[in-house]
Design a protein around this ligand. Structure first.
Ligand code: GTP
Length: 305
């Protein structure tokens, strides 16, 4: 069963001693899915790949110790918010303080008591579940189920920073439903809400790469960010989004340009730089959207220098 199919939470245990891995695994397995790693390097790889809900981390390991590893985990964008519990034979307050200062949420001494480990793991998993739920509520647009404007602002900043570092391209695209006022006026606001949900769901499914991102920008407008994507690839993808939305055949009997719901879009590809404000770049995509609307709608316009 894949992680997304499982409703059980997942704990990653990182310890160089096989017997510790076995004992801890046996203690926790009745409550959670358990993944084991026998070195810091393997642990970091599995943390990135499996995105566990919690990590149990030994301190004394050869090569890279637990204190070093937690620094990498907290530094890495994909693992920084995973809670870490140290479980270690270093049972003095100085090390405990160091571990907590480095970002651990708890510190358990070896030899440990099974029931205490279970209780603490349960507590931190419960906190983790609540935190994820709050994050979701704060970042998801309730009508469409895709990311909201607040999440978009965060993701744009992250993607811009990483594209600047890697000297890579980023494409920004604004999309807007055509003649949506007429749709609402004739079919009613509830039917309009349903169309917004259908369009958002379809656009999200059409984006193929894991780092492609879509958000509801506001009203009947959406924004798509395509990292590491050049102009040609981005244009092809967005053209496909537009044509496949029309092919969904969501009836719009009051649109003068089609029998169905259509979208207009404006896009831009650029090499990110530190000096440029990504919001200025988005403004250029928005200008292209305006041009697409002025030129008859149901089309994509792309910014060229
Ligand atoms: N049902 C529904 N309608 C919305 C929502 N947000 C914005 N709208 C509607 O979207 C319509 C946007 O109208 P306009 O900005 O004139 O755009 P348009 O009619 O699509 O015109 P063009 O974009 O030029 O094709 C308005 O009727 C808004 O009420 C929403 O959450 N639900």
């Amino acid at each position: 069963m894949t992680r997304s199919q499982s409703t059980r939470q997942q704990v990653l245990i990182i310890d160089d001693q096989k017997t510790n891995l076995k004992i801890l695994g046996d203690i926790l397995r009745q409550d959670v899915d358990v993944t084991l790693a026998q070195s810091a390097e393997q642990g970091l790889r599995k943390a990135i790949e499996f995105q566990p809900d919690l990590i149990l981390l030994d301190v004394l390991m050869p090569d890279i110790n637990g204190f070093e590893l937690i620094k990498s985990l907290k530094h890495h964008a994909h693992t920084s918010s995973i809670p870490v519990i140290f479980i270690t034979a270093l049972s003095d307050t100085n090390h405990e303080e160091q571990g907590l200062r480095l970002g651990a949420c708890d510190y358990i001494y070896k030899p440990f008591h099974a029931t205490i480990v279970q209780a603490r793991v349960r507590l931190h998993l419960q906190l983790s579940r609540q935190r994820k739920l709050l994050e979701q509520l704060a970042h998801i647009d309730p009508l469409t189920g895709i990311a909201n404007r607040r999440k978009y602002d965060q993701v744009l900043e992250q993607l811009w920073r990483s594209a600047t570092r890697q000297h890579s391209h980023l494409s920004l695209v604004m999309l807007d439903i055509d003649h949506f006022k007429e749709f609402n006026d004739h079919y009613g606001h509830a039917a309009g809400d349903k169309v917004l949900h259908q369009v958002a769901t379809h656009l999200k499914q059409t984006l193929r790469r894991p780092n492609d991102f879509i958000a509801r920008y506001g009203g009947e407008e959406f924004v798509i960010l395509l990292p590491d994507s050049d102009e040609e690839g981005s244009r092809q993808l967005i053209e496909h989004c537009l044509s496949s939305i029309e092919q969904l055949q969501l009836e719009h009997g009051y649109s003068p340009i089609s029998d169905y719901i259509t979208l207009s879009a404006g896009g831009i590809s650029c090499a990110a730089t530190q000096d440029e404000d990504p919001n200025d770049v988005l403004k250029r995509a928005d200008d292209m959207l305006y041009k697409a609307k002025q030129s008859g709608k149901n089309q994509l316009m792309w910014y060229t220098d």
